[in-house]
Ligand binder design. Structure first.
Ligand SMILES: Nc1ncnc2c1ncn2[C@@H]1O[C@H](COP(=O)(O)OP(=O)(O)OP(=O)(O)O)[C@@H](O)[C@H]1O
Ligand SMILES: [Mg+2]
Length: 285
C-alpha cells in the first residue's frame, strides 16, 4: 500500500542528512511500527510520508502512485496525529472538530468516536481547559475524522492513562480489522508489541532491523527453556538448551520430581531488543 524507496532528507537549515536512505513497504491492513531513539528521524519520516516535508530524495508511492504527483485526494485518504497535539485552545473541542470536519468530503460519526474516548460530555469545554490526556484523545478523534484508509500516528498513547491507552489501542485494532492500514511510532514497547504486525528500528536515519515482533523476539532471544522450582524452601533456577529438549533427561527429571514454580522459553522482550539493536545508553557522554 505504501512503498518507500531509498528516502533521503536534509532539513534546509542543517548540513547533515536526517534521513539516510530508508526503504520499506507497508502492506494493506497492516500495523507497521517505527521504533528508535529520540532524534532518530521517526517524526521526520512521518512528516515526509504525509507530504508535509518536501525536497526529499527517493520515491514514495501510495497504491502504486508517486505521492509527489498525487492531488489533495490523498489527504482525504489519510488520518494523521502529530506527536504534539495542536488544537485551537480558545475554541471548544466540538468547535475544533467541526472546523476540521469541514475540510473533508467524508466524515466519521464523531459522537461515537468521542463517546468511546470519553470526551463527549466535555465536548463543549474549551480546549485550554482540557487535561493533557484529553488533548491527546482529541488528537486521535481528529485523525479518525475523515474515516481514513490509512492512519499515521506519532506516539498516540504517550501521556494516556492505562485505561484510555487500552481504548485507543482497541480502536486502532478495530481500524485494522476493517481493512485500515497504520503507520505508528511509539516509545512504549508494550503498545508496539500488542499492536504491530511488523516493526522497523531506525537509528540515525537508517533502518537497522525490520521484522514481526515475534520473529525479532526469537532472533534476539536465547534458545533455552528456563525452569524455576522449589527446593528446601528456596527457589532454584536452571536453563536447558531448547535443541533436543525432548531427549534431555535432566530436564524431565526436574519436571517429574520437583515442585515447578515457573517454566519459560528464553525469548526476549522488545525493550531488550530495542536496547540491543539501537545501542541506547552507549552514545551518551
Ligand atoms: N524542523 C527541524 N529543523 C531542523 N532539524 C530538525 C527539525 N525537526 C527535527 N530536526 C532534527 O531531525 C532529527 C530527527 O528528529 P525527529 O523529530 O524526526 O526524531 P524522532 O525520531 O521523532 O525523535 P523523538 O523520539 O524524540 O520524537 C533530530 O536530530 C532533530 O534535531
Ligand atoms: Mg518524534
Amino acid at each position: 500500500m505504501f512503498k518507500v524507496e531509498n528516502l533521503h532528507f536534509t532539513y534546509p537549515k542543517n548540513k547533515e542528512e536526517t534521513i539516510k536512505g530508508l526503504s520499506f513497504e507497508i502492506n494493506r491492513g497492516e500495523i507497521f511500527g517505527f521504533l528508535g531513539p529520540s532524534g532518530a528521524g521517526k517524526s521526520t519520516t512521518q512528516k515526509i510520508l504525509i507530504k508535509l516535508l518536501e525536497n526529499y530524495e527517493g520515491i514514495i508511492s501510495y497504491n502504486g502512485n508517486n505521492i509527489a504527483e498525487l492531488d489533495d485526494s490523498f489527504f482525504e485518504d489519510i488520518g494523521v496525529s502529530f506527536e504534539m497535539p495542536i488544537h485551537f485552545t480558545k475554541m471548544t473541542a466540538m468547535e475544533n472538530i467541526q472546523f476540521f470536519m469541514k475540510l473533508y468530503k467524508r466524515n466519521h460519526d464523531v459522537e461515537t468516536l468521542m463517546k468511546r474516548l470519553g470526551l463527549w460530555d466535555d465536548r463543549d469545554k474549551m480546549v485550554s481547559e482540557y487535561s493533557k490526556g484529553m488533548k491527546i484523545r482529541l488528537n486521535f478523534v481528529r485523525a479518525m475524522l475523515n474515516s481514513p484508509q490509512m492512519l499515521f500516528l506519532d506516539e498516540p498513547t504517550n501521556g494516556l492513562d492505562p485505561a484510555n491507552a487500552m481504548i485507543l489501542k482497541d480502536m486502532i485494532k478495530e481500524f485494522r480489522a476493517q481493512g485500515g492500514t497504520v503507520f505508528i511510532t511509539s516509545h512504549i514497547m508494550a503498545d508496539i508489541d500488542q499492536l504491530c504486525d511488523r516493526v522497523a528500528f531506525i537509528v540515525n536515519g537508517q533502518i537497522i532491523e525490520m521484522d514481526s515482533p515475534r520473529n525479532l523476539k526469537i532472533k534476539y532471544g536465547k534458545r533455552v527453556i528456563k525452569v524455576e522450582y522449589k527446593e528446601n524452601g528456596k527457589t532454584v533456577g536452571v536453563e536447558f538448551p531448547m535443541d533436543d529438549i525432548a531427549n534431555n533427561e535432566a530436564f524431565f527429571d526436574i519436571l517429574k520430581s520437583k515442585e515447578i514454580e515457573t517454566l519459560h522459553s528464553g525469548e526476549t522482550t522488545l525493550e531488550e531488543i530495542f536496547i540491543q539493536v539501537t545501542g541506547v545508553g552507549l552514545n551518551h557522554e
